[in-house]
Design a protein. Structure first.
Length: 116
């Protein structure tokens, strides 16, 4: 039997949590620097669906000031990778141009979302 067939045969039993427990679980996962999307995936894997509760994951994180926009976070990670590459490879002119392009994209998104 393959792994995929075994996974299909295993049924995940949904857990019943109170609203407060659900919010604590979400904040706990956010402390591990996970985005709202990743938190949702992890909870679904455990059989906990956010649709069963009153609040969305992103709304809970916004109330606790832990929410970061996924597109801003992804661009920051990409910019960091290019900066590290540029430090190791000073002669790479294309990386320099790419760094400038991505930094510009980050500024535009921050301006659009009114983030300082």
């Amino acid at each position: 039997m393959t792994k995929r067939a075994k996974q299909k045969n295993q049924k995940i039993i949904p857990k019943k949590l109170s609203q407060e427990e659900f919010e604590k679980k979400v904040v706990e996962l956010a402390k591990k620097k996970l985005t709202a999307e990743k938190i949702g995936e992890i909870l679904r894997g455990e059989g906990i669906h956010s649709s069963d509760y009153n609040k969305k994951i992103s709304k809970i994180l916004k109330e606790k000031n832990k929410y970061t926009l996924p597109d801003v976070g992804n661009i920051k990670k990409k910019l960091e990778k290019i900066k590290n590459h540029r430090e190791k490879n000073r002669q790479d002119k294309r990386a320099m141009r790419e760094r400038d392009r991505i930094a510009s994209k980050l500024r535009k998104i921050k301006k659009y979302h009114k983030i300082s």
